[in-house]
Design a protein around this ligand. Structure first.
Ligand SMILES: C[S@@+](CC[C@H](N)C(=O)[O-])C[C@H]1O[C@@H](n2cnc3c(N)ncnc32)[C@H](O)[C@@H]1O
Length: 344
């Protein structure tokens, strides 16, 4: 008899909704192993009253356990099962801002926000920072950040974040969006776009912001840090100090025309891009840090991407629930995730 039932958030995107129950089952299994002491068993998709839930056993679910589950990427509500009745368990997600921060922007090539949160969660709980997820301000890097879905999710969690993207339009759109959003929400902040110079030459543009999660905190000098560099991702180590990020999360170019946008048109195919960038990316991770990378398996088979993330200091987590994240995005894209952990 299962002890708990998670109500799955109705996803706006129909195709993602079809996969979201299976993806959350695998996400819950990863949480179970890494941050819930291996106590989660019997995870099953179940319909209760015609509505999809995930049921599972977790004896003696503590407040801390519920606080972790509150942040699952598609969790809507959690209940304890008492016979046929559902008793609500209060969920207190980490969110520091309104969640329209991740939902308002709509554009071709956007990584679905629930999926982005899934990747960030997997990276964090699989990393050395997993035990600190609820208490420490983590540092998140997206080296292919587009218009900033990962950056926004990291800010929503109350964490520091940085991104790089080569696309000038994405850089401009994101810096405009975030500044407008912060003003509209009356969030205390300071934001600037500057040129980065090396040896007298301009090598990139950089958007930085300090963002208060509360007015009082901001006045006392406590602010989240946001940093977006408009440059080639292989140059990442030029813009950040080594060993300073807890996790790195990226949705690689699909290598096909996605909507009206040729995301594969930026110089390299996904595997060449990852192969060229991986050394620099992993150098930016703290020991025990993780990379979560998603890509289109119609263009690059899983074994090839796992190989690309197997380096002298990175080990892919390539078993159990980590093999359960493949899902269809559209006719041309079947997306998968690989997580790799840096030697501690
Ligand atoms: C699938 S999209 C990521 C979308 C992003 N997660 C979002 O929600 O906006 C892949 C991104 O990789 C970027 N990209 C491709 N090659 C790059 C390179 N060499 N350096 C930096 N960014 C690159 C593209 O501009 C694109 O924004």
């Amino acid at each position: 008899m299962p002890t708990h039932a998670l109500l799955v958030r109705p996803a706006l995107n129909r195709v993602y909704a079809e996969s979201s129950v299976a993806l959350m089952a695998a996400e819950l299994a990863v949480f179970g192993t890494h941050v819930l002491g291996g106590r989660v068993t019997g995870i099953e998709p179940t319909r209760i009253g015609g509505v999809p839930y995930l049921t599972f056993d977790c004896p003696d679910l503590s407040d801390r356990d519920a606080d972790y589950l509150a942040n699952l990427s598609s969790a809507y509500a959690l209940f304890e099962l008492r016979g046929d009745l559902l008793a609500p368990v209060t969920l207190t997600p980490l969110d520091k801002f309104d969640d329209d921060l991740v939902t308002i922007q709509k554009y071709v090539g956007k990584t679905n926000e629930h999926f982005t949160k899934l990747m960030l969660n997997l990276a964090v709980v699989s990393s050395a920072a997993g035990p600190d997820m609820l208490t420490r301000r983590l540092r998140v890097f997206d080296p292919l950040c587009g218009r900033g879905t990962t950056l926004n999710q990291a800010l929503l969690y109350g964490w520091d974040t940085a991104g790089i993207d080569l696309d000038t339009k994405d850089f401009d759109a994101y810096s405009t969006f975030l500044q407008t959003w912060l003003k509209r929400k009356r969030v205390k902040h300071q934001a600037d776009v500057n040129r980065v110079r090396r040896d007298g030459k301009v090598i990139a543009r950089r958007f930085t912001a300090s963002i208060g999660t509360t007015k009082e905190g901001y006045k006392a000098g406590d602010a989240l840090s946001l940093d977006y560099v408009n440059a080639d991702t292989v140059e990442s180590p030029r813009f950040h100090r080594a060993g300073t990020f807890d996790v790195l999360v990226a949705d690689a170019p699909y290598g096909v025309q996605h909507g009206s946008r040729a995301t594969g048109g930026l110089h390299r195919g996904p595997i060449d891009l990852v192969t060229a960038a991986i050394g620099g990316w992993s150098g930016l991770l703290r020991p025990g840090g993780t990379i979560a990378l998603s890509w289109n398996t119609n263009v690059v088979p899983r074994e090839a991407m796992v190989d690309a993330l197997t380096t002298s200091d990175l080990t892919p987590l390539n078993d159990g629930p980590y093999l359960e994240f493949s899902h269809r995005v559209d006719q041309a894209i079947v997306r998968d995730i690989v997580i790799a952990r840096k030697t501690a």
